[in-house]
Design a protein around this ligand. Structure first.
Ligand code: SF4
Length: 211
């Protein structure tokens, strides 16, 4: 398994209600809640960001297709909105996406673009199966100061590289236990077994230093 991004999107919130700074690979932007929800509306709210993701992905996908076809379509737009409803205690979210044909176009082109829009990557994510996993992130500085050694080796772990593949703690739980603070017990198995397991770490977050 490989993450889409080397560096994760990181959001930080302080005490200023409810302004979040979101850091992405090439800069930062602000997200907030509207005034009606107690924020200052200083940036898009999380629902708006979700809809923006779909709208922009749809636009980019259609533009790629238009350019590949060599069609002369200078502008195209997308509106996105959502509503939620609960029936028999099951809540459902419906997202509506309207394609706005700003430029003159043939009907056949419109129908084709409607099909292309349905296959944009974010549509596929939203309509596929999604699991949101939540981990406790271990502080990089604390990790540097924590010693995971036995008499022969030191196991080193770089939290910033970990892809949460769960391989280490499902395959060698006697050594790797993310539920406790000092989560690697280098005396929990033989050096050979630990070394073999570390080699299976897909991200390079785990490494071994021989003493
Ligand atoms: S340390 Fe490696 S094996 Fe363990 S969870 Fe992270 S990526 Fe997976």
């Amino acid at each position: 398994m490989q993450y889409k991004f080397d560096k994760p999107v990181q959001g930080i919130i302080g005490q200023e209600k409810y302004q979040c700074t979101v850091e992405w690979r090439n800069g930062k932007f602000i997200a907030d809640e509207p005034v009606t929800a107690g924020g200052a509306d200083s940036g898009p709210d999380p629902f708006t960001l979700l809809l923006s993701s779909l709208a922009t992905c749809t636009l980019i996908t259609m533009r790629m297709y238009i350019d590949r076809k060599g069609w002369d379509i200078p502008q195209i737009g997308v509106n996105a909105n959502l509503y939620q409803e609960t029936k028999d205690s099951i809540s459902k979210t419906i997202i509506d996406r309207d394609i706005i044909f700003i430029s003159e176009m043939e009907d056949g082109q419109k129908v084709r673009l409607q099909e292309i829009a349905k296959h944009c990557p974010i549509s596929k994510i939203l309509e596929g199966e999604i699991n949101v996993r939540t981990f406790l992130f271990r502080d990089v500085e604390t990790e540097k100061q924590t010693d995971y050694s036995n008499d022969e080796i030191t196991v080193e772990w770089k939290p910033e590289l970990c892809q949460h593949s769960t391989r280490c703690f499902t395959q060698l739980p006697e050594v790797f236990n993310p539920r406790i603070k000092k989560w690697i017990d280098a005396n929990g198995a033989s050096t050979e077994k630990i070394t073999e397991q570390v080699k299976k770490c897909p991200s390079g977050a785990l490494t071994i230093k021989k003493k």
